[in-house]
Design a protein around this ligand. Structure first.
Ligand code: AMP
Length: 585
């Protein structure tokens, strides 16, 4: 299929905020495409050439794209820069210059989706001496063969500014719509996606044979979308909901999904990035485990070998680095507390009950120095849960995880198979909230120099694939953090809010949803100013006295922010606790 059809689809997606329309537009596109080409389209629509875990990013700097535009259309780099400064959108610059080319193309060939995909893939994977020049050449060649509309999207793509507002749930709905005319296959598609984390692969398989997605199973070396935890406000509620359950220490480190296939080992983060090269000692500990292949999960923490004490998260996260890996590993060795086993020796065991998976896991890691089972207890008593909670918190841990002993592993979902209970302080929510930054404010008064006055934060709604505002956060930042945030945010400013953003507020600058921060607050209140969970009475939910805690969450994507449903659940349980306190008084 010609790339022009994909460019037209991109234009239609960009021009609407109606999710149903987006779904229909994409469904129409997928319907015209052979399976392998639909795979390319899925990646391209999401601004990528591969699933995130492949670690293949096009990521060209703006300067290189400016050079390519200049080379393709015969304008000087100065002219390109001046136009860019005026419009703030390299896509528009390319579109305009393409329709007023100053040099005729020598050989013009019609662009196909396959050609565009393959060229971007090459750009992403070229390395070594002279690769910059080669990348500019390849991009210029694409632009040279493009129509003005195609040029707009080709120029936006490598700098990550497609602005189409197409999240995973929208693509899944579109696939279902294409085949069924409704969303009835969404759940099955999502379940397949949860097992392989590759939306392109799911699209290709589904278009080839819709039944195939029912047979998807986990495969070592392909990351599984992580199970998520629900919240309940008290040990009583946990005991009531789960009955006899497994109570585990909740460690404040980073989650690792460990894959082994023969001698080959891969480790993925919570957001399914490849971390294998950062953790050499963990890789060798996994390699030594006595099984052919496996997928298991655990939480890794740095610890002080002399005192046996665990370091706080801020220290552990320093192990997430590309350079100086061995030195840091020696200085800050990790322990891995394993808590789940999903696959072993050719078998997907994720649907077996937790107690069976746990037993197998403990057998497999026995004898390892670095990998230990998470500390756990079986109980059905609220008093015992409370006692474990107090014990964990007094030892500096984050709280506890209570898990349904009979539940399967709920990949990519939050289904009361796991419940978290975190320590909290008086006047604070029972849990922190992770918000996606969608805009920020220029500093006033004392903050004018820092050019940073705070952020506008949103939570995520996976049902509608939208970001809904919940708080303006202006406190909790250190001066360094404000400087660093301003630097990060100023390069992702956009003129209009992203198509997936729902906001009644106007920050000084809008930004692409990219960064997540954790905030604490006194409570959740109803508010007409925020769009989070806004119902027919036009009242949303807001955080009262929000403040940032910790640092930017490099382990979470904007779609991993707290969800609207979670906020509503937290609001309800906060009301329940208030009522209980009042009744006791
Ligand atoms: P939260 O990020 O607050 O939603 O809590 C869920 C996270 O807790 C998981 O993604 C893990 O990274 C972490 N965690 C720590 N200890 C455990 C445990 N024993 N079982 C499961 N997850 C754990």
């Amino acid at each position: 299929m010609d790339f022009s059809q994909l460019a037209e689809t991109m234009l239609a997606l960009e021009s609407t905020k109606s999710r149903n329309e987006m779904v229909e537009v994409m469904a129409w596109l997928f319907k015209q495409q052979p399976p392998d080409e639909a795979r390319f389209s899925v990646y391209l629509l999401q601004g990528a050439v591969a699933p995130p875990h492949a670690g293949i990013e096009v990521g060209l700097g703006e300067k290189l794209v400016e050079q390519a535009i200049s080379k393709a259309f015969g304008y000087s780099q100065k002219e390109v820069q001046a136009q860019y400064l005026k419009s703030g959108d390299l896509g528009k610059v390319a579109e305009k210059m393409c329709s007023a080319k100053r040099q005729a193309s020598l050989f013009s060939e019609k662009l196909t989706i396959k050609k565009v995909f393959q060229t971007f893939y090459r750009i992403a994977t070229l390395g070594g001496h002279g690769s910059q020049e080669a990348k500019i050449g390849l991009l210029a060649e694409l632009l040279n063969n493009a129509s003005p509309l195609e040029a707009k999207y080709i120029a936006r793509f490598p700098i990550g500014r497609l602005r189409l507002g197409v999240g995973d749930p929208t693509v899944l709905d579109a696939l279902s719509f294409m085949h069924k005319g409704d969303k009835s296959d969404r759940e099955a598609l999502e379940s397949a996606y949860n097992k392989c984390s590759d939306l392109g692969l799911v699209a290709e398989s589904y278009i080839r044979d819709p039944e195939s997605i029912m047979k998807f199973s986990m495969q070592p070396l392909m990351p599984v979308r992580p199970a998520l935890a629900e919240r309940l406000p008290s040990p009583e509620e946990i005991a009531k909901r789960l009955g006899k359950c497994l109570v585990e220490a909740k460690y404040d480190g980073f989650r690792l999904q460990c894959h082994k296939k023969g001698d080959k080992v891969e480790i993925f983060s919570r957001r399914m990035e490849r971390m294998t090269n950062m953790l050499p000692e963990v890789v060798s500990a996994i390699r030594q485990l006595k099984c052919k292949d496996m997928i298991f999960e655990g939480e890794a923490l740095a610890y002080n070998e002399q005192t046996g004490e665990f370091y706080p998260f801020q220290q552990t996260i320093q192990r997430k680095r590309k350079h100086g890996v061995d030195e840091k590993a020696a200085e800050m060795p990790l322990r891995l507390f394993a808590f789940d086993l999903l696959y072993v020796d050719g078998k997907d065991i994720s649907q077996e009950p937790l107690h069976a998976r746990r037993k197998m896991l403990e057998g497999l890691i026995k004898g390892s120095q670095l990998i230990a089972p998470s500390e756990s207890y079986i109980t059905s008593s609220a008093d015992e849960i409370e006692a474990h909670f107090q014990d964990f918190v007094s030892r500096g841990l984050e709280g506890l995880m209570a898990k349904d002993l009979s539940a399967p592993y709920t990949a990519g979902a939050r289904k009361f198979a796991w419940v978290k209970l975190k320590r909290s302080y008086r006047g604070e929510l029972s849990d922190t909230v992770d918000i996606a930054i969608i805009g920020y404010y220029a500093g006033k008064g004392a903050r004018a120099q820092l050019k940073f006055g705070g952020v506008l934060g949103a939570v995520y709604d996976p049902h509608t694939d939208t970001f809904q505002t919940i708080a303006k956060v202006g406190s909790g930042f250190t001066e360094e953090q404000m400087k660093a945030l301003e630097e990060k945010l100023s390069v992702i400013r956009v003129k209009k809010p992203n198509a997936r953003v729902r906001s009644l507020m106007e920050p000084t600058f809008w930004v692409e949803p990219k960064y997540v921060i954790t905030v604490n607050a006194d409570e959740i209140t109803r508010s007409p100013q925020h769009t989070c969970g806004r119902d027919s009475g036009d009242v949303g939910y807001a955080l009262r006295f929000p403040r940032m805690v910790g640092d930017v969450r490099t382990d979470k994507r904007p779609e991993d922010a707290t969800t609207v449903d979670e906020i509503i659940g937290m609001y309800r349980s906060q009301r329940r606790v208030e009522r209980n306190v009042q009744e006791e008084q």
